[in-house]
Structures are given as structure tokens and as C-alpha cells.
Design a binder for this molecule. Structure first.
Ligand code: 13P
Ligand code: SF4
Length: 362
């Protein structure tokens, strides 16, 4: 296992032609009163989030939920939301929810003209790569990712020069520039399979050092990596998890592979966010589950995983939390912020994403 230096990010966002606001027109702000109609229409949705949103707070959320769902139809838009979005987004306005791989796959299948990506920028960029003809919006352009920020396309070119013939697998949590310099992408749910799809004995798996170390333990290949870390998952420690286990040995620990290997060592299961949900819902892990990941996810699945009490060491992803109902409403009204990728970069980056999406049974 070799870690290679990291440098800063050279983000390239290109604005080409008329803006989405000019193409679609902007709409006026609706009346956000909690009317009888709003209360009636949103009542079934409130049932899904009542354990997380006190009744007294619902009138503040409900008008946004009501208008977002109305405007989605008017704009011919679909909302894709990552598993880390807050419960009112996940349960009340999202059309499709999932982990990074599921969202990338779903993005290839949507019919709507507009995609509103409730997640972070690399996810919206991936949707745009797979749907160059569609309008992709992100409610807050500043929703980044520490992994994505850890590496640039120029860094990847230097890595290739320094490691001739070594395939480069890039975690999907990267910019289009980085994807464009890579042979294929992977997510946390298919990283081992993607690495093993190459004949080479050595593979570069970048930029997440911990994911690479965790994958290296599941393959005979030599894995080279980078020094990028997820600022949410790097904070978990084996000591804190063992303290929970000592207090209650029946607790099951489920961890994301962006955690350090020492944390994965004490986990009963490790997998992508979708894998963690599947495990908690279907594999009867017992009465108490410690979810070692971003803490909105436990809130989102609590209702589906009946009989399981989730313990949430509450690490929030500040980037995911930039996405809010008011910003989603603004996106639909004002058709912003539009995600655009330089067509030259996009053509190469798309290949890397499509190779991953097309890998069988991952
Ligand atoms: P998943 O692909 O497991 O959803 O992970 C995405 C992510 O950003 C986790 O931090
Ligand atoms: Fe990036 Fe970590 Fe946030 Fe996921 S949780 S978006 S990897 S910073």
C-alpha cells in the first residue's frame, strides 16, 4: 500500500450558451402559507417524517414540500436524492433515492427534461455526464466533498506518468476533470469488483486512502492510492466504537468503507450506504445497530427497519446539509444552479463512468 501526495483542486465549470433561467423562464415565489389545502395534501407525507419533525414545526416545512412537488410536474423535473439527505427531502420530495451507484444508474434512465440533484456536486456532475442533453440543477453549488477536493486532473496525469501501464480507478467522489483522466470509476459498492476487472497486478485506486486500504484487504492486487479522506468518516475511531460494544455487546456495528481500516476491523458489516440500508432492513442484525456513517441516514431508514433501534454517532456532512427545502424550491423557480461540464472533458469523463455503470452485476 503506497500513499501518494495530494494537492489542490482545479475545478473547471463552464457556462455555455443561454442559462437555464433564460431557456425555461423564471417563476414568481408562491405564497408559502400553511393553508388547508397544503395541510391536506402534505398530511400523508408528514406520516413518514413525524418521528423526526415535531408537529409544531411541520407548518414551516409543508408549504415548501407542497410547492416543490407541484413545480416538479410543471418543470418536467425529477429529484434524485442521496441517502444522506435530510428526512423531509428524502421522504417528502425525492422521486429516486439511493447510494452513489444507484443514483448514477437511475440518472441514465430518467425521462424528465430536468434533473434536480439533492446531493453533492460530484453527484450532479455525474448525472450531467450521463445526460448531456438534460438540464441538471443543484440547489447549492457549494455542496462539495473533501474527497473530490483532494485531487485534480493534473495530479492524475502525473500519477499516470509516474506509474506507466498501471490502470487508474477513480472513486466517483471526484470532479469530471479527474474522471476524464481515469480508466474507469468505482463507488464504494463496486470498488473490489472494478479493481479485479483489470488483468494488471497493480492498480491505482484514488483518491480515498481508506477505501483503497479497505479494498486492498479483499484483493490479491497491489493497490496504490492517494491521501484523500472523507471528512465525515475519517473522524470515527475504533476506540469510540469499542466503548459502545463494551457498554452493550449485543450492538451490531455497520460501517462505511470510507472509514479507517481500524474502524472497519471492529465492524460487523461494511458496505456502501445502500448496502448498509439493506443489511439493517433485511438481515435482522438485532435490536441495536450502530450506524457508522453520516447520521441523517439512520433517520431516513428508521421506519423501514422495524424493530431496530439505531445508535447514531452524529457526524453530519456539511456539504450534504447545504441542500434544503427552500433551496430546492429556488432551484425549480429560478432554474439554478445549473451544472455544466466542458464538452471535451465530459466526453472522456463519461467513458469512465459508463464503463463502471456497464460492468455486469456490480
Ligand atoms: P455511497 O456511494 O455509499 O452512497 O457513498 C457516497 C458518499 O459520499 C459517502 O460518504
Ligand atoms: Fe464527501 Fe464524505 Fe460528504 Fe460523502 S460524506 S459527500 S465522501 S465529505
Amino acid at each position: 500500500m503506497t500513499a501518494i501526495r495530494q494537492s489542490t483542486h482545479d475545478d473547471a465549470r463552464h457556462v455555455i450558451g443561454a442559462s437555464a433561467a433564460e431557456r425555461f423562464g423564471v417563476l414568481p415565489m408562491p405564497d408559502l402559507s400553511y393553508t388547508e389545502e397544503v395541510a391536506r395534501e402534505t398530511a400523508p407525507l408528514y406520516e413518514k417524517v413525524r418521528h423526526h419533525i415535531p408537529a409544531i414545526e411541520w407548518p414551516a416545512h409543508a408549504p415548501y414540500v407542497f410547492w416543490i412537488n407541484k413545480l416538479k410536474k410543471e418543470r418536467n423535473a425529477v429529484i434524485l436524492a442521496h441517502n444522506y439527505q435530510t428526512p423531509e427531502i428524502y421522504h417528502c420530495v425525492a422521486d429516486i433515492v439511493g447510494d452513489s451507484l444507484q443514483l448514477a444508474r437511475e440518472a441514465t434512465m430518467v425521462d424528465e427534461e430536468v434533473i434536480v440533484q439533492c446531493g453533492v456536486h460530484f453527484m450532479a456532475e455525474t448525472s450531467k455526464l450521463l445526460n448531456p442533453e438534460k438540464t441538471v440543477l443543484i440547489p447549492d453549488m457549494k455542496a462539495g466533498c473533501s474527497l473530490s477536493e483532494s485531487i485534480t486532473g493534473a495530479d492524475v496525469r502525473l500519477l499516470r506518468e509516474a506509474n506507466p501501464g498501471v490502470p487508474i480507478v477513480t472513486y466517483v467522489n471526484t470532479s469530471a476533470d479527474v474522471k476524464a483522466e481515469s480508466d474507469i470509476c468505482c463507488t464504494s459498492s463496486n470498488a473490489v469488483r472494478v479493481v479485479e476487472s483489470f488483468a494488471s497486478d497493480t492498480v491505482l485506486l484514488i483518491p480515498d486512502e481508506f477505501l483503497a486500504q479497505n479494498v486492498a484487504r479483499q484483493t490479491s492486487k497491489k493497490i496504490l492510492t492517494w491521501k484523500g479522506h472523507c471528512e465525515v468518516h475519517e473522524r470515527f475511531t475504533a476506540e469510540e466504537l469499542l466503548a459502545y460494544k463494551q457498554a452493550d455487546p449485543a450492538i451490531q456495528i455497520i460501517a462505511h468503507p470510507e472509514c479507517p481500516p481500524s474502524v472497519v476491523d471492529v465492524a460487523d458489516y461494511t458496505g456502501s450506504t445502500a448496502g448498509m440500508i439493506e443489511y439493517a432492513k433485511n438481515r435482522q442484525p438485532g435490536a441495536k445497530v450502530l450506524l457508522v456513517t453520516e447520521c441523517s441516514m439512520a433517520s431516513n431508514i428508521e421506519q423501514q427497519a422495524k424493530g431496530v433501534t439505531f445508535i447514531k454517532p452524529c457526524n453530519l456532512c456539511p456539504h450534504m446539509k447545504r441542500i434544503t427545502l427552500p433551496k430546492i424550491l429556488d432551484s425549480l423557480l429560478l432554474m439554478r444552479e445549473e451544472v455544466l461540464v466542458d464538452p471535451m472533458v465530459a466526453a472522456k469523463a463519461r467513458q469512465a463512468v459508463e464503463r463502471m455503470v456497464n460492468l455486469k452485476s456490480n
